[in-house]
Design a protein around this ligand. Structure first.
Ligand SMILES: NC(=O)c1ccc[n+]([C@@H]2O[C@H](COP(=O)([O-])OP(=O)(O)OC[C@H]3O[C@@H](n4cnc5c(N)ncnc54)[C@H](OP(=O)(O)O)[C@@H]3O)[C@@H](O)[C@H]2O)c1
Length: 336
């Protein structure tokens, strides 16, 4: 049986190029005792993958040229010599950018069994996977959200941001989202639970935040960093929380100097908190978030948005879409 996989061929520049990857076709070995074979159905696409290719994102070993690209996927067990995994089980874990992966159940692959909830298995990488968990724990645990509070979210139509509007509403709070186009802004208020939207490319962000939240913001859920973070700091209310989830505006051109914040003193003035987090630190509570969010989807309280390309060869294109402002919702690629 053959496996196709995309391997790192060169370190990327600003956007990734197809020549940064090499498609290899290899023969799959026979399974050893304790192993199981997973056929990839969907692969996740996330901004952090750019860092995997460069420096391991500070959380993983640096990838070497020739390594299979790193990333999570969801797939079906099609052969098993492992007592805990049966043929037909759906699992999500560190598949890598490939059509098949052989696992042995060790922590390396971080394979979780996916509960069948009558939804597309893609949701195990999106709203009911790491992306949704990032929205959930970012807003509720790191952001310490309370009913009646005002929430501002950047990259609000992205994978993580697209869940935050509804999650805020479910807790009795109100969220305003930032996005780069009028179409994305419409989606925020018409489908994604936001009470208002700001097109940060053409509107005055500071004035628009004042318009929606004249009393200021209690939680800023930051996915982008830099200038927008700097503006948001000036709008904090007393005891506000800034959720440092990510800073995609700083990922594309790594040669560019880091943005220096001007307005950090607003943290002092408002007795506010700024906190980074790493989603895997919440791993033990993932089942709680998964169950609760699945229930909210069933009840129609939480809708989700996915952006799906097809074909392993389209992984580089899909990765670039994140940095070209093209994706609407969680970016995925359908493989099987
Ligand atoms: N802390 C954790 O453990 C953790 C876990 C997962 C993800 N994250 C972080 O969470 C953030 C969101 O991740 P995601 O996977 O959901 O990605 P995403 O939001 O889908 O990322 C793509 C979106 O980011 C926005 N964007 C791209 N370049 C930008 C720029 N220069 N300035 C402002 N916005 C820009 C675009 O939206 P617009 O068109 O609206 O500009 C684009 O559609 C990322 O920063 C990621 O690193 C953190």
């Amino acid at each position: 049986m053959k496996n196709r996989r995309l391997c790192l061929a060169a370190r990327p520049g600003s956007l990734v190029k197809t020549t940064d990857f090499k498609m290899e076709t290899v023969e799959l070995p026979q399974l050893k005792a304790g192993e199981f074979l997973v056929k990839t159905l969907f692969l996740s696409v996330a901004p952090v993958m750019k860092f995997y290719m460069l420096d391991g994102a500070g959380i993983e070993n640096v990838m070497q040229i020739g390594d299979t690209m790193r990333g999570r996927g969801v797939g079906e067990v099609i052969e098993s010599r492992h007592p805990d995994y049966q043929v037909g089980d759906i699992v999500q874990g560190k598949h890598g950018w490939q059509e098949y992966v052989i696992c042995d159940g060790s922590p390396y692959h971080m394979m979780y069994k996916v509960r069948q909830r009558g939804l597309s298995f893609s949701t195990a990488l999106g709203v009911l996977g790491m992306t949704g968990f990032t929205s959930y724990f970012g807003l509720y645990e790191v952001g310490e959200l309370k009913a009646g509070e005002n929430v501002l979210v950047s990259a609000a139509t992205g994978g993580v941001g697209s869940n935050v509007g509804h999650l805020a509403k479910i807790k009795g709070a109100r969220a305003i989202g930032l996005a780069s186009t009028d179409d994305k802004c419409r989606l925020l208020t018409e489908k994604l639970g936001y009470v208002g939207a700001i097109n940060y490319k053409k509107e005055n962000v500071s004035e628009r935040i004042d318009y929606f939240f004249p009393e200021g913001i209690d939680v800023y859920f930051d996915n982008v960093g830099a200038e927008i973070l700097d503006i948001a700091l000036t709008k904090l209310r007393r005891y506000a929380r800034v959720v440092c989830c990510g800073r995609i505006s700083q990922y594309k051109d790594l040669e560019t100097a880091e943005y220096a914040l001007n307005n950090w003193h607003f943290i002092y003035a408002n007795c506010a908190k700024m906190k980074g987090f790493f989603i895997y630190d919440f791993e033990k509570d993932f089942p709680i978030a998964e169950k609760e969010m699945a229930q909210w989807i069933k009840e129609g309280k939480l809708t989700y948005q996915e952006d799906v390309l097809e074909g392993l060869e389209n992984m580089p294109v899909a990765l670039n879409r994140l940095f070209e402002h093209k994706n609407v919702g969680k970016q995925l690629v359908k493989i099987g």
